[in-house]
Ligand binder design. Structure first.
Ligand code: 5GP
Length: 116
């Protein structure tokens, strides 16, 4: 496991970023550099660096990320218009922060899935 990232400090509210959601397994907050009007990060409270580090014991947490995404998409009013969920892994995946996070992106028609 690599060291904790800034996301652990946000989850523990040592850095005062407003939380849109938090329970015993996951937290959600807005991306500091939103690419579209709705750009939310949904993260496990536990530090898991990448999807390569997910274990069977994390299945409940990974599933919770999706149910929280569904709730937040509705709360943001993008559930019917549509949105995209993205999880980047390692360098080729474009991962910058090594604490798994699901991007929830919406609020406009998104471009092609991949920019190569
Ligand atoms: P990645 O490229 O790792 O999938 O995405 C990392 C995301 O975290 C980026 O979209 C970036 O803007 C966001 N981010 C990085 N540092 C912070 C921070 O301190 N606070 C918040 N809210 N978002 C951050």
């Amino acid at each position: 496991m690599t060291d904790e990232t800034i996301f652990s400090k946000i989850i523990r509210q040592e850095i005062p970023t407003p939380l849109l959601y938090q329970d015993e397994l996951v937290s959600a907050f807005r991306d500091i550099a939103p690419r579209v009007s709705t750009h939310i990060l949904i993260v496990p409270n536990k530090h898991i660096p990448t999807t390569n580090d997910v274990t069977d014991a994390d299945e409940l947490t990974m599933g919770r990320m999706f149910t929280v995404a569904r709730k937040l998409a509705k709360q943001e009013g993008v559930d019917e218009s549509g949105y995209r969920l993205i999880v980047n892994c390692n360098k080729d995946g474009g991962q910058e922060v090594y604490h798994i996070h699901m991007h929830l992106l919406g609020g406009q028609r998104l471009g092609e899935m991949l920019a190569l």
